[in-house]
Design a binder for this molecule. Structure first.
Ligand code: C2E
Ligand code: MG
Ligand code: MG
Ligand code: MG
Length: 286
């Protein structure tokens, strides 16, 4: 019982591919084709909201795959399959390109929308990764400070030297980094001390029952304090109701993300929200 709970707490085990070998191979073939078919792999964008003001401070890009015969397949199911092959590099490049093109389109329409992209361990540790990011920024003309990457604790701990070098090179291009699903992995004080990161994203398992569970509240409050003392922004993911949002305001967490504010939205729906917000901000006369 204990061992099972312990294992389940580790991101790495939680994300282990669930399919058998044949199913994984066929999924990989389908993913390879999907990368050449612009209709299949798209991005949704989930707003990141300033806890204090309710303002939109950015978006997280989340991959969506619509399989031609099987319909939507969750990233939680296909990312782990990709992660054990070099196809992951093409996928990451594809996602970055889509996200930066969208950021460019928003800029052209007068909206500065910081975008966060999830980057897997394999891609972060690819020695070419920082140069590829810089090339994509140059190609799309998006300033580096509009891009951030979300990486897991596992990616950072599995090869800290390579990870730190990659994060430093990205930071030199203005790109910020966050630790995603913070609290579920190999947290270590040593690494928090040396990692060039800008943000902690507290895993939703600590946020979902924040208003009812004293342990969750203690963990979130102390993580917010820890983050602030280290000069980091702290984000809570998985905010599903007003009770959790209120607790985050009380605690002083910087940023929140979750169904309570918005689900991940197609780009057009997000754009409509940007316009609404501007109209709302224009006040009663608008
Ligand atoms: P994540 O980066 O931690 O993303 C947050 C996940 O929580 C997303 O699931 C999002 O839709 C979901 N979510 C957001 N708000 C709420 C809420 O209030 N309640 C609940 N229960 N869930 C919420 P999604 O889109 O299915 O993505 C799952 C994971 O797949 C992501 O977790 C990320 O690790 C991975 N992923 C998604 N897109 C990419 C990608 O482009 N590249 C890589 N490497 N990984 C990706
Ligand atoms: Mg993320
Ligand atoms: Mg997350
Ligand atoms: Mg998560």
């Amino acid at each position: 019982h204990d061992a099972k709970q312990h294992r389940a707490g580790f991101h790495r085990f939680r994300e282990e591919p669930r399919q058998d070998v044949a199913a994984r191979l066929s999924l990989l073939g389908d993913l390879r084709r999907a990368l050449d078919d612009p209709g299949q792999l798209t991005l949704n964008y989930q707003p990141k909201i300033a806890v204090e003001t309710g303002a939109l401070v950015g978006v997280e890009a989340l991959a969506r795959w619509t399989h031609p015969t099987r319909g939507p397949i969750s990233p939680a199911d296909f990312i782990p399959v990709l992660e054990v092959t070099n196809l992951m590099h093409r996928f990451t490049e594809h996602v970055l390109m889509l996200a930066l093109r969208q950021t460019r389109a928003w800029l052209d329409a007068g909206h500065r929308v910081p975008v966060a992209v999830n980057v897997s361990t394999r891609s972060l540790l690819d020695p070419d990764f920082p140069a590829r990011v810089a090339a994509l920024l140059a190609e799309t003309g998006v300033p580096g400070d509009l891009l951030s990457i979300e990486v897991t604790e596992y990616a950072l701990m599995s090869d800290p030297e390579t990870a730190i070098e990659a994060l430093n090179r990205l930071r030199a291009a203005g790109v910020k980094s966050s630790i995603d699903d913070y609290g579920t992995g190999y947290s270590s004080m040593t690494y928090l001390k040396v990692l060039p990161i800008a943000e902690l994203k507290i895993d939703r398992s600590f946020v979902l029952d924040l208003a009812e569970n004293n342990s969750s509240r203690a963990l979130v409050a102390s993580t917010v304090e820890l983050g602030h003392r280290l000069g980091l922004t702290v984000v809570a993911e998985g905010v599903e109701d007003e009770a959790a949002a209120a607790a985050l305001r009380e605690i002083g967490c910087d940023t929140a993300q979750g169904y309570h504010f918005a689900k991940p939205l197609p780009a057009e729906a997000l754009t409509a929200r940007l316009t609404d917000r501007e109209l709302a901000d224009a006040g009663p006369r608008g």
